[in-house]
Design a protein around this ligand. Structure first.
Ligand SMILES: *[C@@H]1O[C@H](CO)[C@@H](O)[C@H](O)[C@H]1NC(C)=O
Ligand SMILES: *[C@@H]1O[C@H](CO)[C@@H](O)[C@H](O)[C@H]1NC(C)=O
Ligand SMILES: *[C@@H]1O[C@H](CO)[C@@H](O)[C@H](O)[C@H]1NC(C)=O
Ligand SMILES: *[C@@H]1O[C@H](CO)[C@@H](O)[C@H](O)[C@H]1NC(C)=O
Length: 453
C-alpha cells in the first residue's frame, strides 16, 4: 500500500506524458506510411479534379508543350503551323491565359451541386507555370503573366465556405526548367532544381493556402531521394500548419507509386479488382482524351452519365475515392457539357449518397448475375446498387442472407419493399416498386437492406 502511494505521482506523470504525446515521423517510408490517414478523406468518396493552366490556351491537351517541342509530334507541329505565326513560342501563350470569366464562387457552387466533398486544383503542371504568385516562378506565374490574379488563393475560401476540402495538385518535375534539365543531365546526383524550386514552392503552398490534400505528380523520372520527398513529408506531418488534416497521394519518386505515401493512386484511371489494403483513389477525366481543356472535343469523347455513376459505385464498393476531372477554358469557363455531367452526379448523389459517403466496403463487393450489382455498408445497413432493371420487376440477390429482421427500402422511396427468400437457392428476391419518371431516370438505383448477414 505504502509503495503504491509512493508510485502514484510517477504513474500520473507517465500517463499525462502519454496522453499529450504525438508521434514524430521520421523521413523514411516505414514511418511515414504508418501515419493514419485523416478520416475526412475516406468519408468524402467523391471529388472534382481541375486541370487549368497555360495549356488551356492552345486547348490541345495539357501535354501540348512536350508533344510540340520534345516529341516533335506532327499533329502538334501542324497545329502550330496552321494557327499561330512563325516564331510563336509556348511562353507567348502565357498572356492569353486570361481567366476573364473566372468566378471561383460560381465554381464552388457547381462543385457543391455536384456533391463533391473535395476539389483538387492544379497549382502547377509540368509546364511549370504556377497558378499562384510563387516568388520562385519569376515571370511564369498567374500574377505576373496572364490573369494577374491568384487563382489558387481565390478558390480556397469559397470551397471552405461550402465544407468542400481544398486539394492542390503539384507537379514535381518541369519539362523545360533549366535547373531540372541540368540535374537530369547529372543523373539526379545534384538537386539544383529541388532546392531552388520544388521544396520552396511546396512549402509556400502549404503555408499560404493550408490545403487539405497535396496531389503530387511528375515524380517518375527521379528517385524520391532526389525530390527529398520523405524530408518534405516528415515536415508536413510533424510541423506544418496542416499536420493533422493533410492527406497526400503516392507519387513521390520513381518507385513510390502504388507503394508509399498517404493513399494510393497507382496509375491514372487505375482501378483494382479487389479491395486493397490501403486507401486508394481512382482519378479519371470527363474528356476521355485529355485532362486539360480541348477545343476539338467530340460528344463521344465525354464520359456518359451511366459510365460515371457505374465507375463511382464500382470504386466506392472497392473502398476507393472517385476523383473526376474537368478542364476549364482559358477564360475560366466550365463548359455546359461538363456542368451538365457534374450536376447529374450531384442529382444522383442527392438521393443515393447515403450509400456512398462515409460507407465501407461490404464483405462482398459485387455480383454479376442477372444485373450488375455493387455493395457498400454503413451503420449495419447494406446498400445494393444495381444498373439493370429486371424485366420481371423482381431483383435477385445471392450474397445478402436474410433473417427474420430483414427490411428492404429503395433510396428515394419511403415505403418498405416486399421481399422473399427463394425456396430453391435461398437467394433474396426483392419486389421492385413502380418508379416516378425522375427516379426511373437515375438509371442506377440503391436498395438499403437492414437485418441481413
Ligand atoms: C549518367 O548515367 C549515364 C548512363 O548510366 C552515364 O553514361 C553518364 O556518364 C552519367 N552522367 C553523369 C554526369 O554521371
Ligand atoms: C535533402 O535532404 C538531405 C538529407 O536530409 C539534405 O542533406 C539535403 O540538403 C536536402 N536537399 C535539399 C535540396 O533540401
Ligand atoms: C468525332 O468522332 C467521330 C466518331 O468517333 C470521328 O469520326 C470524328 O473524327 C471525331 N471528330 C473529331 C473532331 O475528333
Ligand atoms: C428471429 O429469429 C431468432 C433466431 O433465429 C429468434 O430467436 C427470434 O425470436 C426471432 N424473432 C422474431 C421477431 O421472430
Amino acid at each position: 500500500m505504502a509503495v503504491a502511494v509512493q508510485l502514484l505521482p510517477l504513474l500520473l506523470l507517465v500517463a499525462s506524458a502519454l496522453a499529450g504525446y504525438t508521434p514524430r515521423y521520421t523521413p523514411d517510408w516505414d514511418s511515414l506510411d504508418a501515419r493514419p490517414l485523416p478520416a475526412w478523406f475516406d468519408e468524402a468518396k467523391f471529388g472534382v479534379f481541375v486541370h487549368w493552366g497555360v495549356y488551356s490556351v492552345p486547348a490541345w491537351g495539357e501535354w501540348f508543350w512536350y508533344y510540340w517541342k520534345d516529341r516533335k509530334d506532327p499533329d502538334a507541329e501542324a497545329f502550330m503551323r496552321n494557327n499561330y505565326p512563325p516564331g510563336f513560342s509556348y511562353a507567348d501563350f502565357g498572356p492569353q491565359f486570361q481567366a476573364k470569366f473566372y468566378d471561383p464562387k460560381k465554381w464552388a457552387e457547381i462543385f457543391e451541386a455536384a456533391g463533391a466533398r473535395y476539389v483538387v486544383l492544379t497549382s502547377k503542371h509540368h509546364e511549370g507555370y504556377t497558378n499562384w504568385p510563387s516568388p520562385t516562378s519569376w515571370n511564369w506565374n498567374s500574377m505576373d503573366v496572364g490573369p494577374h490574379r491568384d487563382l489558387v488563393g481565390e478558390l480556397g475560401p469559397h470551397l471552405r465556405e461550402k465544407n468542400i476540402h481544398f486539394g492542390l495538385y503539384h507537379s514535381l518535375l518541369e519539362w523545360f526548367h533549366p535547373f531540372y534539365l541540368l540535374d537530369k543531365q547529372n543523373n539526379f546526383t545534384t538537386q539544383n532544381f529541388v532546392a531552388a524550386k520544388v521544396l520552396p514552392e511546396l512549402v509556400d503552398l502549404v503555408n499560404r493556402y493550408k490545403p487539405d490534400l497535396i496531389w503530387s505528380d511528375g515524380e517518375w523520372e527521379a528517385p524520391d531521394t532526389y525530390w527529398n520527398s520523405t524530408e518534405f513529408l516528415a515536415w508536413l506531418y510533424n510541423d506544418s500548419p496542416v499536420k493533422d488534416k493533410i492527406v497526400v497521394n503516392d507519387r513521390w519518386g520513381i518507385d513510390t507509386g502504388c507503394k508509399h505515401g498517404g493513399y494510393l493512386n497507382c496509375k491514372d484511371k487505375y482501378k483494382p479488382k479487389t479491395v486493397p489494403e490501403r486507401k486508394w483513389e481512382m482519378c479519371t477525366t470527363l474528356d476521355k482524351m485529355s485532362w486539360g481543356y480541348r477545343e476539338v472535343m467530340n460528344n463521344s469523347d465525354i464520359l456518359t452519365y451511366v459510365e460515371i455513376i457505374s465507375d463511382l459505385v464500382d470504386v466506392v464498393s472497392l473502398g476507393g475515392n472517385y476523383l473526376l476531372n474537368i478542364g476549364p477554358t482559358k477564360d475560366g469557363v466550365i463548359i455546359p457539357i461538363f456542368q451538365e455531367r457534374l450536376l447529374s452526379v450531384g442529382r444522383w448523389l442527392s438521393i443515393n449518397g447515403e450509400g456512398i459517403y462515409a460507407s465501407k466496403p461490404w464483405r462482398v463487393q459485387m455480383e454479376h448475375t442477372t444485373s450488375r450489382l455493387w455493395f457498400t455498408t454503413k451503420q449495419s445497413a447494406v446498400y445494393v446498387f444495381f444498373a439493370d432493371w429486371p424485366m420481371s420487376g423482381v431483383l435477385q440477390l445471392t450474397s445478402p442472407v436474410p433473417t427474420n429482421m430483414t427490411t428492404v427500402m429503395m433510396l428515394g422511396i419511403p415505403e418498405l419493399l416486399k421481399w422473399s427468400e427463394d425456396s430453391l437457392d435461398r437467394s433474396l428476391l426483392i419486389y421492385l416498386p413502380k418508379l416516378s419518371p425522375d427516379l426511373a431516370d437515375m438509371k442506377i438505383w440503391t436498395l438499403k437492406l437492414k437485418g441481413v448477414e
